[in-house]
Design a protein around this ligand. Sequence first.
Ligand code: SUG
Length: 424
Amino acid sequence: MAVTEINFDGIIGPSHNYAGLSLGNLASANNAGAPSFPRRAALEGIAKMRANIALGLRQGIFLPQRRPDHPWLASLGTDMASAEPHMRAAAFSASSMWAANAATVSPATDTGDGRCHLTVANLVTMPHRSHEWPQTLAQLRVAFRSDRFAVHAPVPAPFGDEGAANHMRLCDTHAAPGVEIFVYGRAGGAFPARQHVEASKAVARIHGLDLARTLFVEQSEEAIAAGAFHNDVVAVANERVLFAHERAFAHKHSFFTDLRRLLPSVEIVEVPDSAVSLSDAIKSYLFNAQLVTLPDGAGMALIVPTEAQATPAVWQWLETLLTGNGPIRQVIPVDVRQSMANGGGPACLRLRVVADPLDIDERFLVTDAKLDGIAAVIADHWPEKIAPADLSDAHLIAKVEQSWLTLVDHLQLSRDLCVEAETD
Ligand code: SUG
């Protein structure tokens, strides 16, 4: 089998809820306190994966994390019964569904030792995400345990690292050497800049990248202030195409000059502010799209959330895009509304890995038939509805824990993820 791009989607966990935990993420703030529908959320995620498989793309999965995170609360001297509500919500969050924040990935062609490198993100800026990394690391070490990969622990605090959401790779084809671009924030006005430049530089060094082919680019302060808490809310790249909002970057001209020098074939599809305002871009998540290369030379498709269809300026712009002769040949809306209401679009839900599927633990790769089995577990076990006040309900907690164990067992991953040892 050949090296290809595989999208690993985070399965949406049974504790999915709206607790308003992410300062600077407008959807999270606006939906705080609303009831969530975990079963529907997870099935939306499965439907997105199925649609991508139908396009001929390779698909992988990551498991949700074990919630509530009792060891984390214990390390803070508390537990679910006595923790304050915001800490209880942080321990209960299903935020690992946004796999774009799991790690930064550099394919083998870009690295000094010819292995594909993955560095788990520390996510230290948001307390509810800061305790994801140990379970993410454990999972990646199982999925990518072949010596074709190097899986690294996170860079240390205080340098915030949010993984692939702030990383882009441009190349002639996925299997060819790429130019890796790390986007960091310096200031975001009232909102935190979640990606620290020192974390980006550390990841590039750890991966053994050729620094002459690596760019460190500042995200514009106005984008962060407008609610683009990650670069992937205002830009996305695939092979030789960069699709970005006009106001995504602080120093656009020098960035584009460097990029054209390093990859002369690059095509920059820029959306002007006059056509789509930053506010419409962030509301619709136009750029939180999966930009994918279709098989058999069919060009690229942009997989957008249905919210993009519902935002007139955005949809009009996309219709015009398709009438041109550019590289993006199809726009495909997908319904991931439960995730979107927490600020996670189609691109947030996936981590891209360019590798040979034969080198990956097959339990993390899915087909339609395998998704049938996972969907059945979700339909039978995931809670239908959660209101934030339910997070202290012992019955709900027990149901969430049991649902997770059932899925891990179904995927035959209990032993590798040390579940038996902990539950015995
Ligand atoms: O980190 N939302 C996530 C959304 C992450 C989106 N990922 C990318 N753009 N790649 C975040 O802000 C909200 C959880 C809550 O409020 O309950 C949350 O964590």
